[in-house]
Design a protein. Structure first.
Length: 262
């Protein structure tokens, strides 16, 4: 893989200098630490988006969790400048909108349900076709990564997460999933959820509903789930999700607190 230094302001991820080669280990600079609280965030509600922070002109975001090794946030913008992160693999799941993304030397159209992957050291930028793109983004420091059955770093480009959800069984399991990314520091899954009961022990969990409706009991409080809902279950938090009718289709992000081998 070629690593190129591309000028551009880092609008959303943690600021980092361009480098010709990525570091040998996950040693990013210290970052803002945000302790996630049990909550449901509606990514598509206009009133809710008005409370997002403005990070740069035409860029609004809500940080869900951030440490030196991970960053999970909701972002809305019309376009982003080219960015290189020499410390983290970056994943952008399109919640709403359509447009195009440039990843290294690839130019790919994107729409709701796509996951855009930019490994460490690879330039990335996105532009909405009209209006804005609403994205759930996660950046994870490089561990041992796995996509599918292959031991490798994530491939640059686009994954049709929505298509993978459509291909999962509806009723044979209460929680059917397909791994999109699996590493020391976290994992990303395409999921169909008819019923999900859990206690997130060593990981914070972020579940973004793409399709379907249901209910959630999180830390003793009841919430409604609908397309665009993102619920945050911090480690050691009990939760129970139920679909009303067909299974919920969702992206599930787990960010580990206990790093294997360290």
């Amino acid at each position: 893989m070629n690593y190129r230094c591309v000028a551009g302001a880092i609008a959303v991820s943690l600021a980092a200098a361009c480098t010709s080669n990525p570091p040998s280990g996950p040693t990013p600079p210290p970052g803002l630490t945000v302790i996630p609280a049990p909550a449901v965030v509606d990514a598509l509600d206009v009133a809710a988006r008005s409370h997002w922070r403005t990070l740069a002109p035409h860029v609004r975001a809500k940080i869900l969790a951030s440490t030196a090794i991970d960053l999970v946030d909701l972002v809305e913008y019309a376009s982003s400048s080219p960015v290189i992160d020499p410390y983290k693999d970056n994943f952008r799941y399109v919640i709403a909108g359509s447009g195009s993304c440039d990843v290294e030397q690839m130019h790919v159209p994107v729409r709701e349900g796509h996951l855009i992957v930019a490994p460490i050291g690879v330039s990335r930028s996105c532009k909405a076709r009209r209006g804005t793109l609403v994205l759930l983004t996660v950046s994870l420091a490089r561990g041992r990564n796995r996509v599918g059955l292959y031991e490798q770093s994530p491939p640059a480009g686009r994954i049709d997460a929505a298509g993978l959800m459509d291909g999962l069984p509806d009723h044979t399991q209460t929680f059917a999933f397909r791994t999109l990314y699996d590493g020391d520091y976290g994992e990303i899954l395409a999921a169909k959820i008819a019923r999900l009961d859990g206690l997130s022990s060593a990981a914070d969990e972020f579940v973004c509903v793409r399709r379907g409706a249901g209910s959630l009991v999180l830390a003793g409080k009841r919430w409604a789930l609908r397309p665009g809902s993102v619920f945050v279950a911090p480690s050691n938090t009990s939760f129970s999700a139920r679909a009303d009718g067909p299974p919920l289709e969702a992206i599930v992000i787990r960010v580990n607190h206990e790093i294997p081998g360290l």
